[in-house]
Design a protein around this ligand. Structure first.
Ligand code: GDP
Length: 432
């Protein structure tokens, strides 16, 4: 979600304004101990747009070097925000501290909205016009306390935000899109044939669906799924498989069109380089992932023993991928694909509220800090989930993180919040 930073002198009403924006009556200033103390992020939503509000409360009026304290605030605003709300006290007008801050803020390319707070009545609004001299454009008179002008402010924030998708209320939606991928002869066509035996009736039962002629609608576990780009598979049954190049184009197209991929592996054979390439395609495309070991009917105790070792070795990089053991031939456990697909999709679309995420991260960093490097350790200022499908996180830091520490965070994030069956992406943005 885009980030809106709230900056301003103490007592101009920043916290009250943040409360107003996030629509809570209680004071938000509950203190999260540690690194996020002076940059507490909150989730906000207005007219179907989500954004994160960061209350930069740590303005230090008594700092020895006042200008440095202000510069620091401005720097953080520049480094992390998409929009800056610069809050001044309309009853006071602009002060020299405000003017110093404005100089810093103006150097940034970020849009700045000038909020003249405590404009509780029309009289004060006249005072606010004196704030034009700050050179930040028209001051927006707002009473964070009583709500006056806050709707206009929220509209202005949305105007200034970078383009982002609107939240669409997802009512009952169509079938989820699944790619059935795997190297030649793993049993894709066989599985499709088993699943699609009653496709006619499935299509009839999903009222009003238009299915792409290259897709197949199938029922697994009492639910309808759309297997994408299966036309090639159907024609191909019993015929030559075409060139590897062509096959990999088809695989890429299917993955692209899908939300979740079922990667078929042949349980009776060793996991090959080609299998690995297909797995990489799915993960790099950021799709939810279910691994189906097919031909399980051929797996005896001996093979099982070796397969377990292979899995440990070959699938080490994706311990989170869900696994199902099936037989397209006998139909064994094929219906188990359904709960795996559902779990993977739920992980893929999971959203962690910003407050919860930061509370967890603060505790984690306190318990296991980043190793010290050249006398100091990079600090994590705060984290936010930037998107879903797959979950994407942004960590704002004072310096780049060690690769090992970043992996540690991902592992702990998975331990805490799940994400079985979904890749997740962590993007570290060091402050310049
Ligand atoms: P595709 O190239 O991935 O579409 O693979 P096919 O579906 O054409 O299957 C390749 C071969 O594996 C065929 O001879 C199938 O009969 C066989 N096969 C597919 N699934 C199974 C299974 O679960 N068990 C066994 N024993 N053979 C299977």
């Amino acid at each position: 979600a885009p980030i809106v930073a709230v900056v301003g002198r103490p007592n101009v009403g920043k916290s009250t304004l943040v409360n107003r924006i996030i629509g809570r009556r209680q004071a938000v200033v509950e203190d999260i101990p540690g690194v996020t103390r002076d940059r507490v992020p909150y989730d906000a939503q207005w007219s179907g747009r989500r954004f994160t509000v960061v209350d930069t409360g740590g303005w230090e009026p008594d700092a020895k070097d006042r200008a440095a304290a202000i510069a620091n605030q401005a720097e953080i605003a520049v480094g992390t925000a998409d929009v800056v709300l610069f809050v001044v006290d309309a009853t006071v007008g602009s002060t020299d501290v405000d003017e110093a801050a404005v100089k810093m803020l103006r150097r940034s390319a970020k849009p700045v909205l000038l909020v003249a707070n405590k404009a509780d009545n029309a009289n004060i609004e006249l005072e606010a016009t004196s704030l034009w001299s700050l050179g930040l454009g028209e001051p927006m008179p707002v009473s964070a306390l009583h709500g006056r002008g806050s709707g206009d402010l929220l509209d202005a924030i949305l105007e200034a935000l970078p383009d982002a998708p609107r939240i669409v209320e997802t009512g009952p939606r169509g079938p989820r899109r699944v790619a059935l991928v795997g190297r030649p002869n793993v049993g894709k066509s066989s599985l499709l044939n088993r699943l699609a035996r009653e496709e006619r009736s499935v299509v009839d039962s999903v009222a009003g669906t238009t299915v792409d002629p290259v897709d197949s609608l199938v029922q697994i576990g009492g639910e309808t799924w759309q297997l994408v780009d299966t036309a090639g598979l159907r024609k191909r049954v019993g015929k030559a498989s075409g060139t590897e190049y062509y096959a990999s184009l088809r695989t890429a197209a299917a993955i692209e069109a899908a939300e979740v991929a079922v990667v078929l592996l042949d349980a009776s054979e060793v996991i090959s380089e080609q299998d690995q390439r297909i797995l990489s395609m799915v993960i790099e495309a950021g799709r939810a992932t279910v691994i189906a070991f097919n031909k399980w009917d051929l797996v005896d105790a001996d093979r099982r023993h070796y397969l377990n070792k292979e899995i440990e070795r070959e699938l080490k990089r994706i311990p989170w991928a869900l696994r199902v053991n099936i037989s397209a031939m006998t139909g064994r456990a094929v219906e188990k694909l359904a709960p795996a697909l559902r779990t993977a999709l739920a992980s893929w679309e999971k959203r962690i509220p910003t407050g919860q995420l930061n509370q967890w991260l603060t505790a984690l960093v306190q318990a296991t800090p980043h190793p010290v490097r050249g006398g100091r350790a990079p600090k994590i200022l705060f984290a936010t989930q930037a998107g879903v499908a797959p979950p994407r996180f942004v960590l704002f830091t004072t310096a780049p993180l060690d690769a090992g520490y970043q992996r540690f965070i991902e592992r702990k994030l998975r331990e805490e919040f799940g994400y079985e069956g979904s890749p997740i992406d962590i993007n570290v943005r060091p402050r310049k």
